[in-house]
Design a protein around this ligand. Structure first.
Ligand code: BJW
Length: 231
């Protein structure tokens, strides 16, 4: 039976072939940086200069990168599939949008947005963010990237929960299944009766929970999977 409501979770692997590093693969970001230093509120309080340097460099890489065939195939799926397609991405890059996807939830925030840690005001990030830069709304020297660090609550969880409870197909693409709550989405979708598929380079931590698995580079597996859904 053809699905009607598809939820797709993407992770760093979908952008790997665009030249943006993953976190946990060999040579990934967490082999270069300690996540406690750059991806926690405590790390930011300790050394905001280091954290801004980390995100400024990633913003520059993201601006220089281009969407790949996997991003393009997912945008095509949203445009051509007769049912509902929602992308829930853990990625903070904007490559899904630049490929043409419109129904995108950034559960871990966005590299191109800034957040005031004092008043929660949000605005478009400048290419370079500086430690202690004033918030344009309240003037507090509390500008930070609008991203979700460990110990913080991911965005739009209520909406995601509703989508998972209603979907009939759930796919996870390019994610290691190590970070919660995203790693738990496959279990939620299964409880709702959805079919589940994993498309990653290698089996993830939660591979065993999926009905089917396709392992290989996203630029090959995702276009083929989309072709099959649209056939
Ligand atoms: C390819 C490929 C190619 C490569 N083609 N594939 C103990 C138990 C359970 C949970 C916890 C616990 N202790 C603490 C927690 C909670 C914690 C957590 O999960 N910790 C774990 C480490 C254990 N989570 C949190 O704190 C979250 N908040 C939270 O839980 O709030 C409370 C809550 C409770 C219940 C409901 C709701 C809320 C917040 C997590 C924030 C994560 N933030 C980061 C950094 C910020 C954004 C950024 O800088 O980019 O988000 S960490 C980092 O990991 C980033 C990513 O979005 C995230 C996931 O990584 P991802 O995408 O999976 O990348 P990789 O590198 O891990 O994997 C890449 C995959 O691609 C691999 O599988 C490769 O094989 C594959 N691949 N090339 C296809 N070409």
């Amino acid at each position: 039976m053809k699905p009607e409501k598809i939820v797709i979770l993407t992770g760093a692997g979908v952008s790997a072939e665009s030249g943006l590093g993953t976190f946990r693969d060999a040579g990934g970001l967490w082999s270069e940086y300690d996540l406690q230093d750059v991806a926690t509120p405590e790390g930011f309080a300790r050394d905001p200069v280091l954290v801004h340097r980390f995100y400024n460099a990633r913003r520059a890489n993201c601006i220089a990168a281009a969407p790949n065939l996997a991003h393009a195939a997912l945008a095509r799926l949203e445009q051509e599939f007769p049912g509902e397609v929602t992308l829930v991405t853990q990625n903070i890059d904007d490559l899904h949008e630049r490929a043409g996807s419109r129904n995108v939830i950034h559960m871990h925030g966005e590299l191109m947005r800034a957040l005031c840690a004092a008043c929660d005001h949000r605005w478009d990030a400048p290419p370079e963010m500086a430690a202690g830069a004033p918030c344009p709304a309240c003037q507090a020297p509390a500008t930070r990237p609008d991203v979700v660090w460990f110990g913080e609550f991911p965005y739009q969880m209520e909406r995601i929960g509703t989508l998972l409870a209603q979907c009939d197909l759930f796919a996870a693409i390019g994610t290691s299944g190590t970070v919660y709550p995203a790693a738990g989405f496959v279990a939620e979708a299964r409880m709702a009766g959805a079919a589940t598929v994993e498309l990653t380079l290698e089996p993830s931590e939660v591979s065993g929970q999926f009905d089917t698995r396709q392992h290989g580079p996203a630029t090959e597996t995702v276009p083929a999977w989309v072709e099959g859904l649209l056939a």
